[in-house]
Design a protein around this ligand. Sequence first.
Ligand code: COA
Length: 328
Amino acid sequence: MSEINAGILGMGHAYPDGVLTNADLEKIVETSDEWITSRTGIKQRHKAKENEYTSMFGTAAAKQALERAGLEPTDIDIIVCATTTPDQIMPSTGALIQAQIGATNAAGMDIFAACSGFIYGLTMVESMIRTGQIKYALVIGAEVLTKYVDYTDRGTCVIFGDGAGAAVVGPVEAPKGILATKIRSDGRYEEQLYAPGGGTKMGTTHQTIDDGQHFFKMKGNELFKVAVRSMAEISAEMLAKAGYTVDDVAIVIPHQANQRITDAVASRLGVPDEKVYSNIAELGNTSSASIPIAMDECIQSGRIKEGDLVLLTAFGGGVTWGATVIRF
Ligand code: COA
């Protein structure tokens, strides 16, 4: 009997219709299209309206992924939603999406690993599927980051956008499927990207709200260096573990953090630009959603074909990082 791996059976993505361009931001903070474009590669990002929230986009992406996988919501055993911007503190956004799609046989849960969350989710369900503990999982990255962004802080408000991507993961025959995957974190770098207020350490008060403690705070410059080093190292490690080199990879899909980070990771790995996917100009940094949105775009446009070896890598607040090698 051939070996069973966990593989991608279908994907979907969604984002709000609302768009915030660099020209719009020029009216809000002291910045310029030229600065944002040259430092980040971002031209616009999607932004949820007041009455739009994370599970709405996660649900839309999940429904599309299920349809493309040819499965019913009731086939799903677990919904893992990676998000740093949940609908609410309780219950989990995974449980809320479960109800919205009618996945009555599933467990719903959240993973809190910032921009690396989708790779955390894939890594978790990979072993559950490979060992036969479950059959089908929905791994979702969904974020409404713009509600946690301080629009007086030009260092963060130009970066983040909203959206969601989803993957149905299930058993496939080797040599297809996830061949190597690994996640890491280092909480000593907490203050490089964090939101201090609103938890049990700094409970919400009028003062914390007035001080904007619930907003994301970022030391972009320091994060940059750790991000590049971490993503390049773990990518090389996972390619070696899977028994391949960068020459075997059809496409690299890095977390869309910043075009300069993507370029630096590609250069360290020795991957030519044309093999590295980027949609950051249109979507900005959508945290845990960026990799599944990019993967789905690549599948729909034919940039990922059956048999292709794909490298995913991410880095985020925590700090967290990870990489996954998949044969489609
Ligand atoms: N518009 C204009 N000027 C800006 C600005 C903006 N939106 N944001 C910051 N600046 C200014 C700073 O105030 C600073 O001015 P000063 O020299 O007078 O003090 C100057 O630009 C340089 O700031 P710095 O933070 O060193 O810029 P940078 O080249 O590191 O670029 C980031 C800033 C945020 C774009 C960059 O560090 C970055 O992308 N880091 C990674 C962030 C990221 O990806 N986070 C998510 C990880 S998952």
